[in-house]
Ligand binder design. Structure first.
Ligand code: FE
Length: 141
């Protein structure tokens, strides 16, 4: 990974073989980014995406291998129990140009990934909500 910073924005290039979620999390830890916005595009050849079943309160995920464009990667950075917490969704397309999307668990970069992180001063903690089954923004913390 290489990057440049302009004001409150980091421009990142992730390279072939790097895993996106873990790379972004390490980047946030190393640069003390606790709140922000993530946007990006690129390509992947191994990706795990999921869907949260609101009735069962569980994530179901699927793995895809092969050539995929990352059409859109969108997410946010917050904290939970003081630790960096990423929430990222993605849309990919296959060789037929058909799209799939979901909550991003992991993705290995195949060509490149061009990601912009916009940082926001402050922090927002998450708390697990048992009624929903998700870790929600908690503005009371
Ligand atoms: Fe999600």
């Amino acid at each position: 990974m290489e990057y440049s910073k302009f004001e409150n924005k980091y421009i990142l290039r992730l390279d072939k073989g790097e895993e996106i979620i873990s790379s972004l999390k390490d980047f946030c830890i190393n640069n003390s980014i606790r709140l922000g916005n993530i946007s990006g595009l690129g390509s992947t050849n191994s990706i795990k995406i999921g869907l949260f079943d609101t009735t069962k309160k569980e994530y179901f995920s699927k793995e895809f291998t092969g050539d995929f464009e990352i059409l859109n990667l969108t997410g946010n950075i917050s904290t939970m129990d003081g630790e960096i917490y990423l929430h990222v969704h993605v849309t990919i397309s296959d060789s037929e140009l058909h799209s799939y999307g979901g909550h991003l668990n992991s993705a290995i970069v195949s060509g490149t990934a061009e990601i912009i992180i916009e940082t926001i001063e402050g922090s927002i903690e998450r708390t697990y909500n048992p009624n929903i089954g998700l870790n929600l923004f908690d503005f009371k913390k």
